[in-house]
Design a protein around this ligand. Structure first.
Ligand code: PXP
Length: 260
């Protein structure tokens, strides 16, 4: 299983103070040494963490392939075509969100997506679509001719957290509304089965499958068990652990969990 390390959260820490460090650029050699397969960064339209100079320098200097996540906006597509990362993952963006909350509305935004995808492919950049795990989204991705899809695993991660750490999906815990563990386990199994079936369908269509969002050292194994998923993009949990263990060890720990 390939690992893309999302290093946005290093820039989150820097931008909290608007200073020069920690510099995400310094993570490149550590990720490589720890055996990561890819560097993933998200250049948001609001430049909340990664800045334009980060994206430019990371794409230019990384010896690992760079997967640039960005919105379908013309400005972002232009930046991607200028710097030519190995891959662009198109993601939805909302200004008020804490993180990317769901997959792209692939069926609703087809003409806009088509133009962006064709432009990127003309620049020989692989394109991936960050989608919710639904058969409609897989079919729409196939019609759009992308090389990759990345399934948003946020729902799976939320159910897992509710089941095993007692976290509620809502900020307020309302005991009467909480589902019994046995029901949660059924929902979790169903979500995993759905991910497995859709990964298998996409793979049969010749689309490479990645997954990401909310994956951590506890919940990742179930996703690793899905053979057709070739790559995981993981950020928050690795960078969070690195505060205590250092980045190299945090990546090595994740590698140990995702080895097949
Ligand atoms: N993949 C995509 C497309 C994302 O947008 C994100 C979050 O930026 C991730 C993976 C990583 O998610 P997390 O930080 O929860 O591991």
């Amino acid at each position: 299983m390939k690992l893309g390390v999302n290093i946005d959260h290093i820039a989150v820490l820097r931008e909290a103070r608007k200073v020069a460090d920690p510099d995400p650029l310094d993570a490149l050699s550590i990720c490589k040494r720890a055996g990561a397969d890819q560097i993933t960064i998200h250049l948001r339209e609001d430049r909340r963490h990664m800045q334009d100079f980060d994206a430019e320098n990371i794409i230019r200097l990384s010896t690992l392939p760079v997967n640039l996540e960005c919105a379908i906006a013309p400005e972002m597509i232009e930046i991607a075509c200028k710097h030519r990362p190995h891959r662009v993952t198109l993601v939805p963006e909302k200004r008020e969100e804490v993180t990317t909350e769901g997959g792209l509305a692939v069926t609703g935004e087809q003409p806009k997506l088509k133009g962006a995808i064709e432009m990127l492919q003309r620049y020989e950049i692989e394109v991936s679509l960050f989608i919710d795990p639904t058969s409609e989204a897989v079919a729409a991705s196939e019609a759009l001719g992308v090389e990759w899809i990345e399934f948003h695993t946020g729902k799976y991660a939320n159910i897992y957290a509710m089941l095993y750490s007692g976290l509620s999906l809502t900020p307020y815990s309302i005991p009467e509304l909480e589902l019994p563990r046995v029901t949660l386990k059924e929902i979790l199994d169903k979500e995993l089965e759905n991910l497995k079936n859709l990964s298998s369908n996409a793979s049969a269509l010749g689309i490479k499958v990645a997954a990401g969002h909310g994956l951590n050292y506890h919940n990742v194994s179930n996703v690793v068990a899905i053979d057709e998923i070739e790559e995981l993009n993981i950020g928050q949990s690795i960078i969070a652990r690195s505060v205590y263990t250092g980045l190299e060890q945090a990546i090595l720990d994740m590698q140990a969990k995702i080895i097949r």
